[in-house]
Design a protein around this ligand. Structure first.
Ligand SMILES: [Zn+2]
Length: 373
């Protein structure tokens, strides 16, 4: 398929067969590359970023005066969030470290989290979701055939962060999100992580009677409350420093005894299988294409190097069978059931209910009230 007579970006690896939302400018550069450039430009010079960093650290410390913690830090055990812990310690911050146990964390990731909290004397709060419940929700997503199964984990983290922020009157949460490695992600490869009605509708239709017991969620009304009352602000620290993943990894290994576990977001056994097998095989989506494109934009690798990496299989052919066996056993699912799921046609998240209709109504009322004055 061609968009404006072009099918592939001149700079990155994205093309119109992979993403229906791609467009190209007069120079043949895609909207995702331009988004990256705009975001980096908005961050400004290094002097400006350093000043913003100092200002924000001061604000966070000030907001925490007289309180047990001054910020929250969600820790997965992966590089980005682990490195955030080093930075928080250096900045003299007192985070409450939060970890979600959804039953899929790799042993290495859990050890990394423990090492970090011990080293920096950070308090760790681990939220455990009932395994049968979480597996049931994930199976409902697999059966529904929607693309973003990770919504379930990300929504739960969002819910826990807000709940604890509200409980301890914490105003800031540190985030490891950064444009350097995560700005580029085609729309359509993921879904809105905050949409509770979408989760609930998929649960109702495919969850085989499953009820919420321990799964933490934020419905529309709670979201409004958090927005107006808690006002938890996300601070993307890594955007303000010269973040180099390799250098960060080296520091983590030497200073904390952190252990490497392979690919991006492979700290979770499920995420690894989802990204390297389910997404490419069922949905034709290889997230490495986005991650590598991001690295090209950041000037870390050349397009030729990226193409070479992409030519290798997204999964390890020697170990994928064992991984699948492990996952299916944990899910209590037969190979035939899984095969059927993999063969079925994908469905869009938008085919299910969404919080969006409530937000639309809310914004309509807000607009009416404004004009009514
Ligand atoms: Zn591009």
């Amino acid at each position: 398929m061609q968009v404006n007579g072009q099918s592939e970006c001149k700079q990155c690896l994205l093309n119109s067969s992979d993403t229906q939302y791609i467009s190209f400018d007069a120079e043949g550069i895609c909207n995702y590359c331009n988004y990256y450039a705009t975001k980096i430009k908005e961050l400004g010079s290094w002097e400006k970023r350093q000043q913003s960093l100092y200002d924000k650290i001061y604000q966070i410390r000030k907001s925490g005066e007289g309180k047990k913690y001054d910020c929250l830090l969600g820790l997965s055990g992966g590089i980005d969030s682990s490195y955030m812990a080093i930075l928080a310690h250096e900045a003299g911050l007192r985070p409450l470290v939060i970890h979600l146990d959804n039953g899929w964390n790799s042993d290495i990731a859990v050890k990394n989290i423990e090492k970090i909290c011990q080293k920096f004397n950070f308090e760790l709060y681990t939220y455990v979701i009932d395994w049968e419940e979480f597996a049931g929700l994930q199976k409902a997503y697999l059966k529904a055939g929607v693309i973003d199964i990770e919504v379930l984990t990300d929504h739960a983290i969002y819910a826990i962060l807000n709940k604890l922020a509200n409980k301890f009157k914490i105003k800031y949460t540190l985030s490891g999100f950064n444009y350097e490695t995560e700005a580029i992600m085609p729309k359509g490869w993921t879904y809105n992580k905050r949409d509770f009605l979408n989760i609930n509708d998929i649960r109702k239709k495919y969850g085989e009677g499953l009820k919420f017991k321990t799964y933490p969620y934020v419905n529309f009304y709670k979201a409004l409350y958090y927005f107006w009352v808690s006002k938890l602000e996300t601070f993307e620290v890594l955007n303000l420093i010269d973040y180099n993943k390799e250098a960060a990894k080296k520091r983590l290994i030497t200073e904390v005894g952190w252990e490497d576990y392979g690919g991006k977001h492979y700290e979770s056994v499920f995420t690894k299988f989802y990204q390297s097998y389910i997404l490419p095989v069922k949905f034709g989506v290889d997230k490495r294409r986005a991650h590598l494109s991001n690295q090209i934009c950041a000037g870390r690798i050349t397009k030729e190097q990226a193409i070479q990496t992409l030519q290798t299989k997204p999964f390890d052919e020697d170990s994928i069978k064992d991984e699948m066996e492990y996952i299916l056993k944990k899910f209590n699912m037969t190979s035939a059931e899984f095969e059927k799921i993999m063969q079925e046609k994908p469905r869009l998240h938008t085919e299910f209910d969404s919080d969006q209709r409530l937000w639309n109504r809310y914004f309509k009322i807000v607009k009416l009230l404004k004009f009514g004055k």
